[in-house]
Design a protein around this ligand. Structure first.
Ligand code: CMC
Length: 422
């Protein structure tokens, strides 16, 4: 029998019965009771703002799937560009489709010279790479006069391809600028992750990308590619709902990602580990967290209340990377923090577990990335997820421009008092 929910308005005695599917019922039921009725839901804790067929997440079970495929299988067997195709198109590509997709991405990696010479060179020498990334993505759109033609699917596909292909180039450019190093042009013979590492680190001819490290980078890209309706993706959908162009919307989503409660957490984890300094200081730090004086960065998640499946894969990848690069000295502190927290009633009762950011920063550091680049590394693959959600939103006939209502708590009407009389 179909499940239903009945809502009674005690003010009027009116009631409405509506279907509940997968624990979701349509809020139009409330409008049926009273068109002015609103649900107060700060931070959207109980609101499903869209239907989506891209990513499935079960926080209680620790499940994450892209288009039905478990993240564990994709991380083990797939590549980032294949996953990008899957997220955008709904199905895995066949051999020919994948070859074409990889070719297309590879041949759109170049950035207009003015982006580098005039735009990026205009930043202050110590500009944060993520600030540069956000601005550069928005600026990129100004180079394409068809950028705003979002209802022409061929044109939109071209922008999507450009964005996915060019975000690693922009990311590497921000790093090279910050380090005072000459820019390295994309190399069409390399894979996505390999090419990115090459643009980051090549100095003269003196750089060979280690295949284990390139694969680790690719796995990290896969793990970060999408995560359903998180803060950045919601930003993407809200901005895209106004029919903004994909470059502006991606820049807006990246701005949300920059926040330390979101994609900025991996950087914050390294700061935290460095500040703790040694394993023996871990218990005292945990006490400060429990007293509300500190936050255990890289712990806790709005949806995962058991474990974050990405954190499990990342921990394994970390050990593979450390075999090549040597141990990260902060790892022992991280392990001790995890061990202490997982045994402590404060964290157990609140269902706080390591999230994707807890170990990713340690890998990034071992790969040679400065902390300021960490969120940029998150933004590169998440660009794919954002764009998949933009396409889905534009195709969804039930969607309109996002425009939540509010619960007004301000002053009632009052008369203006002349300045001299205040
Ligand atoms: N350290 C200490 N206490 C915490 C933490 C933490 N990291 N996270 C949550 N709590 C406590 C919180 O104080 C609250 O306690 P109480 O019930 O006594 O008030 C309880 O746990 C519930 O937390 P919440 O703030 O209601 O949970 P939320 O769903 O609003 O926040 C979160 C989720 C991820 C913002 C939060 O856990 C947090 O700030 N974590 C640290 C930052 C972080 O690692 N962010 C990365 C998230 S994963 C990647 C991404 O989304 O980009």
């Amino acid at each position: 029998m179909a499940e239903t929910i009945t809502i009674i308005d005690d003010r009027t005695g009116k009631k409405v019965t509506v279907p509940v599917t997968n624990s979701v019922f349509a809020s139009s039921a409330l409008r049926e009771l009273d068109p002015d009725l609103r649900m107060y839901d700060p931070a959207f804790l109980s609101t499903a703002a869209c239907k989506s067929a891209i990513t499935y997440l079960d926080g209680e079970q620790g499940i994450l799937r892209y288009r039905g495929y478990p993240i564990e299988e994709l991380a083990e067997k797939s590549t980032f560009t294949e996953v990008a195709y899957l997220l955008l198109n709904g199905e895995l590509p066949n051999t020919q489709q994948l070859a074409q997709w990889n070719y297309d991405i590879t041949h759109h990696t170049m950035i207009h010279e003015n982006m580098r010479k005039r735009f990026v060179d205009g930043f202050h020498y110590d500009a944060h790479p993520m600030g540069m990334f956000i601005s550069a993505v928005a600026a990129l759109g100004t180079f394409y006069d068809d950028a705003r033609d979002i209802f022409n699917s061929e044109t939109l596909d071209k922008q999507i391809l450009r964005l996915i292909a060019k975000v690693p180039t922009i990311a590497a450019m921000t790093y090279r600028f910050s380090s005072g190093l000459p820019f390295v042009l994309p190399n069409n013979s390399l894979s996505y992750a390999h090419n990115f590492l090459n643009m980051m680190y090549r100095i003269g001819d003196d750089y060979e990308v280690n295949p284990t490290l390139a694969r680790a980078m690719d796995v990290l890209f896969i793990l970060h590619a999408d995560h359903e309706q998180n803060c950045g993706t919601t930003t993407m959908r809200v901005v895209a709902s106004a029919n903004s162009d994909p470059y502006s919307a991606t820049a807006a989503a990246a701005a949300a990602l920059f926040g330390p409660l979101h994609g900025g957490a991996n950087e914050a984890v390294i700061h935290m580990l460095a500040e703790i300094g040694s394993v023996d200081k871990v218990p005292a730090f945990i006490e400060r967290v429990k007293n509300g004086e500190e936050k255990l960065m890289g712990f806790g998640h709005r949806v995962y209340k058991n474990f974050d499946p990405r954190a499990v894969i990342i921990k394994k990848t970390a050990y593979e990377v450390f075999e090549v690069t040597g141990m990260n000295p902060l790892l022992d502190i991280a392990l001790k923090l995890e061990e202490t927290a997982l045994k402590d009633e404060y964290f157990i009762s609140r269902k706080l577990y390591p999230n994707v950011d807890f170990y990713s920063g340690l890998i990034y550091q071992a790969l040679g990335f400065p902390e300021e680049m960490f969120t940029v590394l998150f933004a590169i693959p998440r660009t794919v997820g954002w764009l998949a959600h933009m396409i889905e939103l534009l195709d969804d006939k039930e969607q309109k421009i996002s425009r939540p209502r509010q619960w007004y708590t301000g002053q009632d009407v009052r008369s203006y008092t002349e300045l001299q009389k205040r």
